[in-house]
Design a protein around this ligand. Sequence first.
Ligand code: P6P
Length: 339
Amino acid sequence: MADHTKTNIITLTRHVLTEQYQHKDATGDLTLLLTAIQLGCKFVESCVRKAALVYLTGLANQTNIQGEDVKKLDVLANEMFVNALRNSGKVSIMVSEEIDNAIFVEEGLQGKYCVTFDPLDGSSNIDAGVNVGTIFGIYKLDNFPSAELKDVLCPGTEMVAAGYCMYGSSCNMVLTTGSGVNGYTLDTSLGEFILTHPNIRIPSRAKIYSVNEGNALYWDDACKHYFDSVKFPKDPARKPYSARYIGSMVADIHRTLLYGGIFAYPADKKSKDGKLRILYECFPMAMIIEQAGGRATTGKVRMLEVVPSDIHARSPIFLGSSEDVLEVEEYYRKYDSLI
Ligand code: P6P
């Protein structure tokens, strides 16, 4: 039998359609929405790729709601995703890390989905050539065409899909539509995301911890004792964990998903709710990790069961290999502390 692998290419669109057809009520709308997201990611990939060459990495002399200096690439990425999602005709509400308020799409272009996204997470690392990424979560409106803020201020368990696109040595999209996690690599010659990592499963445990230890002075007791337990194991048979922290969430999560271990951005005395935003950082990554067989917690409760108080609300988060995250939960039960 001839090898047709090279001509039997499974693109992201074909793969999602195959999954969609397994749902009797599928209309193809999610597939078309994901096509718009793919366009945004391809655009951002091309900009990040040449950022240094066209001086796109300089500050845009603006600040976003987070009070962070906004780099030009952030502005470009945000505009691209807003336009692509609006013109897909499949979205009624958008929440962007770069925009203070939710965007309600005008009549005539409304669709039955809500999309939360961080168009370019980790952008402060761009000048150093560190991997950055786009993170997104997708909700389905229960009462379309009615669309209200409460449709996105709900638990992460309501998401129907979540994903990220990492811009690095290659461009990798990781996506779940609720039936497992798949990875796709952008073939720039075809302009298509190709299925390269089918059915990703996270190891149940791995000796890697990923946290910004520069905040250790401010951690609560549970956090301090947990990380001490993996750095200075009491059991002589257990080796210390390795430290891996990039400071770009998409890159740290991608490594955690593939290699296992634990990623954390805990609450601390400086930031009582932690730093990462629930709707477009914590929830999408928590859904991906759970769909790959891992766990995601605030320390006290399942991450996906949190109800955000506002669209830019933050939360502490620990996620990764199930056995490692279960140990964190034990420490929080034992020390019952959250700043
Ligand atoms: P820190 C990037 O700014 C980001 O939002 C995430 O991508 C990353 O995980 C985190 O902040 C890093 O924060 O305080 O460790 O620099």
